[in-house]
Design a protein around this ligand. Structure first.
Ligand code: PMV
Length: 365
């Protein structure tokens, strides 16, 4: 039985620096795609509603953490060997929070080497894979330097809690397959602080769900996810949205345990369209969908009406994520090639699927 997060936190906070040696630790962590969307947050990067997602396979970040002791510089020093890397602006506040949580890390000089397996602007959340890989490497580093070790379930729970501080959706990338993040009576043990593995409650037909990303546009988004979350604080429909998400969660749970694809399709599409309706009705009235996004939605829905088991979800961007079971992979790929990809510039489609979760990589010389 895994301990409460507060107890784990207190233990980790008190870990002493025992090993006086430089370290290199590498983790690979996947991105994830939410079917029930996290949209809106409370202080401390806590969600206003529970969310549910599955981790991907091919879309991942590989991150190496290099910790040097006794260096003249202290703290987060460089990213991909560049002390002025623009991403450091996002990572520095995270590192400050992590140092407060794990004081033994104070005084080290930290370098990060990181790369994504997918292109920028592909509609895949690199913050989810990036912060989860980083959180895993950091907690592993703390274990190594203190010569202490958490039980596996506690390690993952605490890594998820740390990843959340970097990017909310990163909390969910710590686990393989399906996860839920946000306290809900539907899943025992769920929390706003960390994500939980719910794979034991998923019907076998869904454990290998496929996700083809139909790339409509790689243009820079006109609304960042942090900007979008912030707009929910004064959104006229915020209360209704929170209720909707809570109700959807129970329905998702039912569809996922029963293996009911029709139910899952209707719910996932309702979630994606709600997210965009909220974005459109936020102050500033942002439209992220493109004409091709809408055309794809119509074609996907009419294919489902004709019996093809496909549905879509959409993140905060114009690209359409097509979801389908592994058993009909070949038929759906024909449909994508012959019936959808003409709407994607240069026929760009990325094929991914529900995946095995993060992995610690052995360092290459
Ligand atoms: O983790 P963030 O702050 O990038 O927010 C993610 C928001 C969505 O991708 C739109 C939904 C989700 O739950 O992943």
């Amino acid at each position: 039985m895994s301990r409460e997060i507060a107890e784990i936190r207190n233990e980790v906070k008190a870990w002493p620096l025992v090993l006086r040696e430089d370290q290199r630790i590498t983790y690979r962590s996947p991105s994830n795609i939410a079917l029930l969307k996290y949209w809106g947050k409370r202080p401390g990067q806590l969600p206003v509603n529970p969310s549910l997602s599955f981790s991907l396979t091919k879309a991942f970040t590989e991150t190496t953490l290099i910790a040097v002791q006794n260096a003249p510089q202290k703290g987060l020093y460089d990213l991909n060997e560049d002390p002025d890397h623009p991403f450091l602006i996002k990572i520095r506040p995270f590192w400050e929070k992590v140092q407060q949580e794990i004081p033994l890390l104070t005084g080290l000089r930290i370098s990060i080497l990181t790369q994504n397996s997918f292109p920028h602007g592909a509609g895949i959340a690199s913050s989810a894979s990036g912060f989860s890989a980083l959180a895993l490497a950091i907690l592993d580093l703390a274990q190594t330097l203190s010569k202490r070790q958490l039980a596996r379930a506690e390690f993952l729970k605490y890594a998820s809690n740390l990843a959340r501080m970097g990017s909310g959706s990163a909390a969910r990338s710590i686990y393989p397959g399906f996860t839920v993040w946000g306290a809900t009576p539907v899943y025992t043990g769920s929390s706003d602080l960390f994500a939980s593995d719910i794979n034991h409650q998923i019907h076998p037909d869904f454990t290998h769900l496929q996700n083809a990303i139909l790339l409509v546009s790689a243009r820079e988004k006109s609304l960042s996810s942090s900007g979008g979350h912030a707009l929910m604080n004064s959104h006229p429909y915020a209360e209704g949205r929170i209720l909707q998400a809570q109700n959807h969660l129970l329905q998702f749970h039912n569809a996922l345990t029963e293996g009911d694809l029709q139910k899952l399709a209707v719910l996932s599409e309702a979630e994606a369209l709600s997210l965009h309706a909220l974005i459109m009705s936020s102050a500033g009235g942002t439209i992220l969908l493109e004409p091709s996004s809408l055309a794809l939605i119509q074609r996907i829905r009419s294919a489902r009406k004709s019996g093809l088991p496909v549905f879509f979800t959409i993140d905060a961007g114009p690209n359409i994520h097509l979801i389908y079971p592994e058993s009909t992979k070949d038929a759906v790929r024909d449909f994508i090639r012959n019936g959808l990809s003409d709407l994607c510039p240069e026929n760009q489609v990325i094929y991914d699927s529900c995946g095995p979760g993060p992995e610690k990589l052995t360092e290459l010389p």
